[in-house]
Design a protein around this ligand. Sequence first.
Ligand code: GRG
Length: 299
Amino acid sequence: MEFVQRLEAAARHTEDHLRALLEECGPADDGRLGDAMQYAVLAGGKRFRPLLVIESAALFGIEERMALNVAAAIECVHCYSLVHDDLPCMDDDNLRRGQPTVHKAYDEWTAILTGDALLTLAFEILARPTWQPDEGVRADLVLALAKSAGGRGMVEGQMLDLEAEKLGTPETPTINHIRRLHALKTGELIACACEAGAILGHATAIDRAALRRYGQHLGLAFQIADDLLDAEGDTEIVGKATGKDDARGKATLVTLLGVDNARACLEEAEQDAVKSLHSFGERGAALIEAARFAAHRAL
Ligand code: GRG
């Protein structure tokens, strides 16, 4: 199967699973919160992180139906982060996935509570005993996601990003500062999606570390591609506002290094990601294609 077809299939299956999970574990009545959670989760998105969970787990012979629960949990965390990031007090965006952001379609307090509910739902999905009999695997997944999403992971990355933009600290961001910010804000959740496949597959510590490393390089490539799309992309295609980093004077690898040098960094990150898969041989083909997709994506 071509990579794009794999991604589309993973997206379809993850969405079906998310729909069922929201039905089963979402708010008990058909009110505003349940409605907004569905809006935040089911209205589009590439579902790239779910694909990474599915393909990483497949390396160890784990069937897609076992990986889908983890894929859905990580996608819930991703969607929560987008809903909160779009709020006026953070990135202040009106458009996400080609549609009004949650606080525009509803209001700010609904958007905050929707994000809160999605974040906690993610951990409920992982902790429920029914889908995975091995409690060690469940606990390991909960721990990995908590570490990647929290105050030493994605939230810390978001904090560094907002401090730079709103407080102007550090006054002169270095390339290393930006790389660290990206590693936390974008890389941690992507690395967690890859590591989760290894956890599901009871992988050796060496294979697990290799997948995490792959995810970290992939995360950097994904973020530089995002910054290039902001600089050069078309809002109609990307589904969100573009040209924002330049207009706000935001430091990114593209604004600091220029488009050509940023593209060179992107290619290096893609190659580093591929190198991390070396020990998997031909079994790593799907993840190599995922790295190519992340680096050359148009949306
Ligand atoms: C609010 C704690 C908190 C964190 C927010 C994810 C995030 C951190 C901010 C979103 C803004 C941004 C550009 C983040 C970098 C990661 C990224 C490129 C997110 C968009 O992910 P895609 O392209 O989105 O996978 P879709 O819509 O396809 O799911």
